[in-house]
Design a protein around this ligand. Sequence first.
Ligand code: PLP
Length: 502
Amino acid sequence: MDRETESPPVEAPLELPPDQMRELGRLVVDEIVRRWETLAEDVPHRLESRDRLQARFGGPAPEAATDPTSVIREAIDEVLPLAGRIDHPRFMAFIPSSPTWPSVLGDFLAAGFNVFQGTWLESSGPSQIELTVLEWFREWLAMPEGAGGVLTSGGSAANLLAIALAREVAGSPLRPVVYLSDQGHGSIIRGARIAGIPLEGIRVLPSGADRRLHPATVARAVALDRAEGRSPILICANGGSTNTGVVDPLPELRELATAEGIRFHVDAAYGGFAVLTDEGKRELAGIGEADSITLDPHKWLFQPYECGCLMVRDTEELRRAFASTGAYLQDTELGEAQVNFADRGIQLTRGFRALKIWMSIRMLGLGAFRSGVAHGMQLAERAGARVMESKELELLAPPSLGIVCFRFNPEGEGLSEPELEELNRTLQDRIVPAGIAMVSSTRLEGKYALRMCILNYRTQWADVERVLDWVEAEGRRLTASPARPRGEGRPDGDDRSDGDGE
Ligand SMILES: *Cc1c(COP(=O)(O)O)cnc(C)c1O
């Protein structure tokens, strides 16, 4: 014992002196702000191949410390730039995201204060803030009192929870069936598989010519499944499909689900926050009547990754389905009124995601968020009108909730479908290297479509116009040249990424 009190304090090797902490923190903040200030001047996307990056960054973990400033510089100069600048005003691929500065600070604070937000005992203040934010969402969606939810890592996790919840509520039938349209998000199918729904119970139904899921289609499938001894447990509707922003007929599907005694889920991951605007409220009318709703604050609520949300009509259902116990957690039982968020989903250890939402909305005002969402919708409408006016562009889907799908198809040229596909594929392949914008593509009724998703509050009409002007001019150039661009459209080192944001 004596020896121990005499020995000098051992310096914790994982600790940095406070002055150095401040200095490094300032460096990081300065660099992030500099990135934001120069965002629009940079290209929206940079990509490097696996073998080159492996050669540069592979290798074992270093045993000894490296100078912190040089590690930060390396991350800022060499790693972080090799990515999509998802918040660039002309990053319009997939579902982009453009966080606000207060929300970024919220994440930093939550990390620095090391909040464990699984139980009320360990985070009463933060848990109250999550309840407050969920109550905001409930009001915006016009869900009834008693509705609530849980913040998740994203929309995929929320859809998975919704499906697992539906199965639990239905009493885990032997042959469950989940319905979605062919415009539904892939995470619903993956979620159903993770939740143990056999493939034969994942019913992807054809949408109509308007790309909406029609109640009659669902009703027929339900009748057939019942006749064959299966148990329908969940109808999933689109509250803004990722492809074209389409909203399924929510009131009619709700009515059908009620009549059939099936739960009704709306996947409004990207589109849901459109309810902050009048037009979005009209588009999403009836959403508040759903049994569960998926939202992604890290998309159209301008929050940094990660933040998704599952809202449910009856909050207690979540606890009944997902609460877990363990002797090691017995101290956390503080009575019904104190919410243990770990009981509402898959995570025990979870971060304080609500802080960024709460801080950013309070610091900037909800009005700013409403205008931010409305701004994207208006730009997409205007882009749609501009495409309609053009003799060289063809609108392939009406603009909806910030998404416009179109292609280069000059009037009177009589280009065949394969020619149009090749031409538009070439345009898509060239638009990033040309330094114009990051635009993605999709397929609508078999047609190759260019797709712009305009959700960024920074994007201006000039940015949208630049894309449309370039597609017209470059398309004209390609069709005018004697040899059409056969085969030259897909160079090695394909510049398209896949998956981010969707
Ligand atoms: C993005 C998206 C998802 C998946 O959400 P993640 O946050 O990427 O996991 C699900 N559904 C829709 C409609 C989406 O747009």
